[in-house]
Ligand binder design. Structure first.
Ligand SMILES: [Zn+2]
Length: 354
């Protein structure tokens, strides 16, 4: 019995080492969701702002949520300390440094400019700060990255259009537009004109289809059929619709799944584990961290360790998930080939086919 327990612990440590060394990519991470409590205090001090918490521990203790709206209330309140170009630089650089330390070779990061424009922060400061951090991280840490502008779907369509128009002069620093925040009664089709305008400017298109939301299958259908997205963020409820799964496969769509927030489809049938279900269904699934600062500071390695245990992922499946991730990226073909070469070399060295 004791040796069985010791063996299990040894296996877990071996798997954690494998995950840490695995070359990775990340596509579903909100920069504002990487704003750690200690950085909030530092930025508040720099900007002369008061925070209603005594210290980091008290702030973290307030991170209690039971659904998407209760999470978003804390998330939007937290980002108020971001005021200057330097703040956005520091935020993005901190994430990229963390990502590079976890062997993430390439990341595409979301940001929510409407929330910053509302506070009077100019688009130039937001995109300028993030871009200078991306450039510095590429040079100093060797991590590639790109930026995805998200429309905040529970704000007005006019507000989203104003943000898009303010961002288009910085088009060269963006790779895509996305759609996030509170999904209830805010379907993808509300932003059809925005997506069309972004696509006309040469940007890719992605959209959150958050797990277990009202009308979620209709939202996934709109994303695939009406908006013709290039990728889907979350999207696990597609497992409830063979018709939508067939469409996603025909389009070779990739899904950015974040199992730490919610990893289970809850329909009227028995619950389905999203990662296991999507892998077994032959969908192009990738695993991502979403808002790590608000999820126990669990970044991609920690998320993968938990996902491996929860979804009983083999080493070959972990390699396959990263192969999917390198295929899903909107990077140059040269970058993609370099990422695949590192993954192939890793898999060979570990004796894992995949
Ligand atoms: Zn998200």
């Amino acid at each position: 019995m004791w040796s069985a327990v010791a063996q299990q612990a040894g296996d877990a440590a071996d798997m954690a080492r494998f995950i840490a060394a695995l070359p990775k990519a990340e596509y579903h991470v909100h920069l504002e969701g990487t704003l750690e409590a200690d950085m909030k205090f530092a930025l508040a001090k720099r900007n002369g702002l008061d925070l209603p918490f005594a210290d980091v521990a008290a702030m973290k203790a307030s991170y209690i949520y039971h659904d998407l709206p209760s999470f978003l209330a804390i998330y939007y309140d937290g980002m108020k300390v971001l005021r200057t170009e330097q703040d956005f630089h520091d935020l993005a650089y901190a994430y990229l440094a963390k990502a590079a330390s976890q062997n993430i070779l390439y990341a595409e990061m979301f940001f929510d400019p409407q929330e910053h424009l509302k506070r009077g922060v100019p688009m130039a400061a937001v995109i300028g700060g993030i871009t200078s951090a991306r450039v510095a991280a590429a040079a100093q840490l060797g991590i590639g990255s790109q930026l995805i502008l998200c429309f905040v779907r529970d704000l007005s369509a006019e507000s989203a259009m104003a943000a898009l128009e303010a961002a288009l002069p910085f088009r060269e620093h963006l790779v895509a537009v996305g759609l996030d925040s509170d999904e209830k009664d805010h379907p993808p089709i509300k932003f059809a004109a925005h997506f069309a305008k972004a696509r006309a400017a040469g940007l890719k298109v992605t959209a959150h289809c958050d797990l277990n939301q009202k009308d979620i299958l209709e939202h996934i259908r709109q994303a695939i059929v009406d908006i013709r997205v290039d990728r889907i963020d979350h999207g696990g409820n597609i497992l409830e619709s063979p018709e939508l799964m067939a469409m996603a496969k025909a389009r070779n769509l990739y899904f950015t799944v974040c199992p730490s927030f919610s990893g289970t489809v809850r329909g009227d049938k028995p619950p389905i584990d999203v990662v296991r279900g999507m892998l077994d269904a032959g969908l192009n699934v990738t695993i991502n961290s979403d808002d790590p600062a608000y999820m126990g500071s669990e970044y991609l390695n920690e998320v993968l360790v938990k996902a491996q245990a929860r979804s009983a992922l083999t080493k070959a499946e972990l390699v396959q998930l990263q192969r999917n991730a390198f295929n899903a990226g909107w990077m140059s073909e040269t970058q993609r080939a370099a990422c695949h070469a590192k993954l192939d070399a890793f898999a060979r060295a570990q004796g894992v086919a995949g």
